[in-house]
Design a protein around this ligand. Structure first.
Ligand code: AMP
Length: 282
């Protein structure tokens, strides 16, 4: 497995691979791998000749009071896990090479980023789209893999790729969960034992709403009320938002007559966790 630090070197390597007719699959990450990350890498491995994974905790996508400094990092562990999955190249850029002095160019998706995560994390998606656009230009992939766990991020990146004509296929990948249903996240490491137990409720609330949906309920207010009702049973869980929106364009819906998604964010102790659940009629 190759480890590359310099953007110019990564780009040169990708151009070389492309000239040999190889397809490049790309998995951008912030590291501290779990099964969710690995599932994206395995899928890329199945579908592409060469798999490139980037590990970069992008300062631009964190707010001033967020967890950039304490975000978990363990490069040696990540490299070992990537190697075991059969990743070919790990790209680990440095801040000074991504945003050198004088840096002043940003990519912004204007509307999709005003709601949900974007409302509570102003400038977060501007940081995401800027770094993803840069990574796409450096890694030059044919396909890029994104988790539905970060549902809005997936839609924002798809919008950017469409609007800016990136010749890249975005491949959505389903959320990998712990056996008890908690969505895997590097941020789960922030949870104490009690908080970890309480965090199960996020998934339980989503499942309860799904059950109600499956039994025929199509009224968004009543489905949302079910989620709130369950989250409210656990004082360690402090929900920030629960919304049910159109799964394609993330616009509000009132009665579900096409695929919709429940999106929520909640603080559990210091950890801010998000989760998603797509509601589709059978
Ligand atoms: P992160 O390192 O958290 O920025 O995540 C890197 C990529 O992995 C993103 O596309 C995430 O959506 C995806 N991802 C994170 N957690 C999961 C999960 N539990 N299941 C599937 N994909 C995930």
């Amino acid at each position: 497995m190759e480890v590359i630090e310099k953007p110019e070197e990564m780009q040169k390597r990708s151009l070389e691979l492309r000239s040999q007719g190889k397809t490049i699959g790309f998995v951008p990450t912030m590291g501290y791998f779990h099964e969710g990350h690995l599932s994206l890498m395995r899928r890329a491995k199945r579908e592409c000749d060469v798999v490139v994974v980037s590990i970069y905790v992008n300062p631009l996508q964190f707010g001033p009071r967020e967890d950039f400094n304490r975000y978990p990092r363990d490069l040696q562990r990540d490299l070992k896990m990537a190697e075991e999955v059969g990743v070919d190249i790990v790209f680990v850029p440095k801040d000074e090479d991504m945003y050198p002095e004088g840096y002043q160019t940003f990519v912004e998706v204007t509307e999709l980023t005003k709601v949900l995560e974007g409302f509570y994390r102003p400038n977060h998606f501007r940081g995401v789209t800027t770094v993803v656009a840069k990574l796409f230009n450096i890694v030059l992939p044919h396909k890029a893999y994104f988790g539905e766990k970060d549902f809005q991020q997936l839609r924002v990146v798809q919008r950017m790729v469409k609007d800016l004509n990136f010749p890249i296929e975005i491949v959505p990948c389903s959320t990998v969960r712990e056996p008890d249903g908690l969505a895997m996240s590097s941020r789960n490491t922030y949870l104490s034992e009690d908080e970890r137990k309480a965090a199960i409720l996020l998934n339980q609330a989503l499942r309860a709403a799904d059950e109600l949906f499956r039994s025929g309920e199509r009224n968004v207010a009543r489905l949302k009320a079910k989620v709130w009702e369950i989250l409210a049973t656990e004082p360690l869980v402090r929900p920030q938002y629960v919304e049910i929106v159109d799964a394609e364009n993330l616009e509000p819906v009132f009665t579900i007559d096409k695929p919709a998604v429940i999106l929520l964010a909640a603080f559990v102790g210091q950890a801010r966790l998000i989760d998603e659940w797509v509601l589709v009629s059978e």
